[in-house]
Design a protein around this ligand. Sequence first.
Ligand SMILES: Cc1cc2nc3c(=O)[nH]c(=O)nc-3n(C[C@H](O)[C@H](O)[C@H](O)COP(=O)(O)OP(=O)(O)OC[C@H]3O[C@@H](n4cnc5c(N)ncnc54)[C@H](O)[C@@H]3O)c2cc1C
Length: 420
Amino acid sequence: MVYDLIVIGSGAAGMMAAITAARRQKRVLLLEKLPVLGAKLKATGGGRCNVTNTLPKDRFMECFGRQGRFMSESLQALDHHALVEFFRTLGVECHAPDGYRVFPVSHNALSILNALEAELHRLNVDIRCSERVESWLYRKGVLYGVMTTQQHQYEGTHVIVATGGLGYPRLGAEGDGYVLAQSIGHTVTALHPAMIPLYTKEPWVKRCRADTIAKAELRISLPKAKKLRAVGDLIFTTQGIRGPVVLDFAREITPLLERYGEVPLHINVVQGMNEAQILEKIHKALAEDPHQRTRELLSVLIPDALSRELCAMASLDPERHWNKQPGGARHALLNLLVKMPLTVVGHGGFNMAMITRGGVTLKEVDPRTMRSRLIDNLYFCGEVLDLDGPCGGYNLQWSFSSGYLAGMLGEFTCKKVKTP
Ligand SMILES: Cc1cc2nc3c(=O)[nH]c(=O)nc-3n(C[C@H](O)[C@H](O)[C@H](O)COP(=O)(O)OP(=O)(O)OC[C@H]3O[C@@H](n4cnc5c(N)ncnc54)[C@H](O)[C@@H]3O)c2cc1C
């Protein structure tokens, strides 16, 4: 049998592509190398699946950096409103409890996955799990199907690569799509793990394990990266730091780490306050209760364990009264609160990377269709492409949108916003 479409990979992008094509009466084959569909999707958002967010299109694209505009047509084809509506028609209501991040109301990724699976079955998509695509069926410049490691050959008039990146390989994405793309002439940019916990040189962090700093402000203390800055919640671990701000900032840090071996950071741990503002807070607290010791004053600013560490670094006794501390030590402590130094020396690697930075180069893919500019009947969508966004539903929306556009097999015209 010759399928109209073969989709390689059953993540968010691949399942959406398969559904879109099948709804348009195409005979679709979905190949998945794991025994189950959507293994990564099930793990997203800590099992809650942060499916998208409510940012308007331009701001959404900006968050992907310089290349973000590539997704303009994909988002026009399927934006966050259309995605939420898509799931509503499949029986899954979504909401944004904080007005920004969108989750299924059930707060269970399984409801999203089950709905997609049910729709694939309803549309009679031919689903083959435990089938790992290994190479192309390609003759005289024509791509006509795929070959799996089980030596099964499948023929199709169109093929979509939706194989994901390299992060969390136990959930299926092991970089196969890059190898397949390269083997047919596509270019793959440098690949880096992103959204990963970072390991630091300073051993004291382990004594602050699990302490959370709200609205920490991270800066890279390297001449060429001074402008890079991120704000958000940070959590100390036994080996370093994690938390939303760290996951997001890691994409800036990993390339620098490869180049320099270590990356010095300065962290403001007091919600962006400067030294004068901290001092004002301390004086106000002392005016209210003049007997407070330094430790008590600091406890309203930072967690106890961190306060002990910073006091030790500033050579200041936390049990003494603030006014009895040597002036130099007080100044050192204020400086540490505003610019606490940490040195990143490693990271969790692809095993712990929630996203891959880099991928099939966007120059070789038409953003209006997701079609390869090199092979007429080949399409790419989702994380396998060289686009990655921050935490907060960005990457799933991109996967669903690009999967939707790819599944249109070149038949979508970007005149107005459509719902699926
Ligand atoms: C733990 C975790 C939590 C996350 N949480 C969120 C979140 O809440 N919100 C958000 O927006 N993003 C989140 N992300 C990122 C998001 O999950 C990914 O960006 C997105 O799932 C990528 O979708 P995809 O379809 O492109 O690839 P994937 O979901 O990786 O799917 C690719 C599929 O292709 C299959 N495959 C690979 N090679 C082959 C082959 N040769 N043959 C056949 N099949 C193959 C794989 O087994 C896999 O099933 C999270 C990521 C992780 C790891």
